[in-house]
Design a protein around this ligand. Structure first.
Ligand code: G7M
Length: 303
């Protein structure tokens, strides 16, 4: 059976998508000993996890290497055999103890369109944000206070009002440049989300934009025009942060969360500076039915 692809000779990589684990290889294929090789393309994608082996997944790795940890989160690389000199087979994140919100976040769910008016923000979203105890974002404060992940900080502006920290996102394996993923966390603890942005934050946002692009270029060799910086709304935690992501990552091309590109956010604040733009806007986005805000927001849209 292993001879099925024996006639394929690799020439070059045509395309690679690190998020979907898909590659397209160009080469030549020779059907049999007496035939001439013809141009051929070999597409490969990593297969699914096999369901009946999932209960034993956590113990199935020959090698595990810690990539980092912060509060209730730990992230690791796993190898199925002992050859650690090749890329890991799996990247793992352990959340322990997980809250009900985490369990709901990772459960399968339908997405629906939500149209959030400024009034719905004040009446539903703001009380929801305020209902979370500060420990929910302990991992953010750990980064800002240099308690965890301090060895991985790639840039820091220490000013309380306008400052920020840039670190690798826990989703990134810290190696594969085509899936580069950094997180920029602002030092200003009163900024919860896009809804709190005002023209006074423009100097901070423009600094984030220029340092994010510079770091991607100088530290990781990603050329201009291949980095996307954006804000999620709704975010999964309410302390203002900006995603810095390589363009070839699927996340940068738009996942389920609504992306607001940093350049557009800056321009909107400049153009509508005196009009409390993000406080007065109606924001439309997709929300999962398991999200803590879903029932209330959806009911208001439907009535
Ligand atoms: O959807 P939202 O904009 O809220 O995205 C939050 C981001 O924070 C995600 O990309 C997470 O992977 C990232 N993130 C979450 N935690 C708990 C950590 C962490 O402890 N460390 C780092 N570096 N990133 C995190």
């Amino acid at each position: 059976m292993s001879s099925l692809l024996a006639g394929f000779t690799f020439e070059r990589l045509l395309r690679e998508d690190p998020r979907t684990r898909f590659i397209a290889l160009l080469g030549a294929f020779k059907e049999g000993a007496n035939t001439e090789p013809v141009p051929a393309i070999l597409l490969a994608e990593k297969t699914h996890f096999v369901e009946d082996r999932l209960p034993k997944l956590s113990n199935s790795f020959s090698e595990l290497k810690s990539l980092g940890d912060n509060d209730i989160y730990r992230w690791l690389l796993g190898w199925n055999d002992e050859q650690q000199d090749r890329p890991a087979d799996v990247k793992l994140t352990l959340i322990s103890p997980a809250t009900e919100t985490h369990i709901r976040k990772y459960s399968p769910q339908k997405l629906k369109v939500i149209v959030e008016t400024p009034e719905m923000y004040r009446q539903v979203v703001l009380p929801y944000i305020q209902s979370f105890p500060p420990e929910r974002i302990q991992w953010v404060y750990n980064i800002l206070d240099h308690i965890t992940e301090s060895d991985t900080i790639v840039y820091e502006d220490a000013s309380d009002e306008q400052g920020f920290v840039i670190v690798p996102d826990l989703k990134w394996d810290k190696t594969t440049i085509s899936s580069l993923y950094l997180q920029c966390i602002t030092r200003n603890r009163s900024l919860r989300s896009l809804r709190d942005l005002r023209p006074a934050h423009l100097p901070m946002l423009t600094q984030i934009l220029s340092h994010g692009q510079r770091i991607a270029r100088e530290k990781y060799g990603v050329p201009h025009g291949e980095i996307r910086m954006f804000v999620h709304y709704q975010p999964s935690y309410y302390h203002f942060h900006v995603h810095i992501v390589h363009l070839s990552s699927q996340v940068a091309q738009g996942g389920t969360a609504q992306l607001h590109l940093l350049e557009d956010v800056i321009d909107n604040l400049r153009l509508h500076g005196d009009k409390e733009y993000y406080q007065n806007r109606t924001l439309t986005y997709l929300l999962g039915e398991q999200h803590g805000l879903f029932a209330d927001l959806y009911a208001r849209n439907a009535s």
